[in-house]
Design a protein around this ligand. Structure first.
Ligand SMILES: C[S@@+](CC[C@H](N)C(=O)[O-])C[C@H]1O[C@@H](n2cnc3c(N)ncnc32)[C@H](O)[C@@H]1O
Length: 287
């Protein structure tokens, strides 16, 4: 699969996994039907923004990202802006709801961002973080050796390029210090492969495991997801590892290729009870 297709497929895949994770809800904050002004920080391709705007047609939704990868034609109640959310915001009006999804690890100035949230949220408004905590967790002894090595190498490599995989864990104390009250927290899991017991976890696991044409596992996905399912975590690992492990860990390209083949074989062999933790955190200003 070409790099351009991968770039377009992976966000769709992730969006679908998020839909499954939250049982097709876009948010866990208890929003009223007349939520007027919503902001999505680090909106990526804008998939969440567009769905949210369709669900709340009487409100306006702004999506902001560093990269201009959003659609150029938008519904009237949507606008996209290119900006750094760690810089001072200059929005003329405050927001009722500020949402972010898989955004935390790239933020390099959380205290500044928390100040922005505080100053740009209406009293009674909600902030929601939908995050992933990687690398893989595993609660038993089924983590095989190549995946274990990948799991140990990835955090070291990401730290070297300034990414903090567990950044979201440090955010609630900053919010509370600033005057926010934590009002809810939920955690789900993205299993690596369809090993988990719950139907929803099985489906999410299936998205993450390349099952090629094993359509029986896929009764609820089909059509375009047949394309998505071939672009799975293994493909994501290939791209990320090649850049990171050669760039900052000194691995050769051949070593990375060989390693990913081993990881892929282990995952395909099944029985690996690994998962990514997926926390959702809700808060609102105390004022
Ligand atoms: C993993 S993507 C998630 C995209 C989207 N929220 C979703 O769930 O599909 C993270 C996004 O955050 C954006 N981002 C990271 N740091 C940012 C910053 N300081 N300001 C604005 N956007 C940022 C990146 O450009 C990227 O599009």
């Amino acid at each position: 699969m070409g790099a351009a297709i991968m770039r377009s497929v992976i966000p769709k895949l992730q969006h679908r996994v998020w839909q499954l994770s939250l049982s097709d809800r876009l948010h866990l904050a208890p929003l009223g039907p007349n939520t007027a002004r919503t902001l999505d920080i680090g909106c990526g391709t804008g998939a969440w923004v567009l769905e949210f705007a369709a669900k709340y047609p009487h409100g306006h939704v702004t999506g902001i990202d560093l990269s201009a990868i959003q659609p150029t034609t938008t519904p009237p109640n949507v606008n996209f802006e290119i900006s750094d959310m760690s810089a001072t915001w200059s929005h003329p009006q405050k927001f009722d709801y500020i949402h972010s999804r898989t955004f935390a690890i790239g933020v390099n100035d959380w205290p500044k961002l928390v100040t922005n949230l505080w100053e740009n949220l209406e009293p009674g408004g909600w902030v929601e973080f939908q995050e992933i905590l990687s690398p893989f967790y595993c609660d038993d002894d089924t983590m095989p050796p190549a995946l274990r090595l990948w799991n140990e190498t990835f955090p070291v490599a990401t730290a070297k390029v300034g990414l903090r995989l567990e950044a979201i864990l440090g955010v609630p104390p900053l919010l509370e210090e600033r005057g926010f009250v934590a009002l809810g927290s939920a955690t789900t899991k993205w299993p690596l492969g369809p090993w988990a017991k719950g139907e929803r976890e099985k489906q999410i696991g299936a998205v993450f495991k390349s099952l090629d044409r094993d359509a029986q596992q896929w009764s609820s996905f089909r059509t375009d997801l047949e394309l998505l399912m071939r672009s799975d975590v293994i493909n994501a690992l290939k791209g990320i590892s090649m850049r990171l492990f050669t760039g900052v860990m000194g691995w050769t390209e051949d070593a990375v290729r060989q390693h990913i083949v081993e990881v892929e074989n282990e995952i395909r062999a099944g029985g690996v009870h690994a998962y990514i933790n997926v926390p959702v955190k809700l808060c609102r200003p105390s004022r």
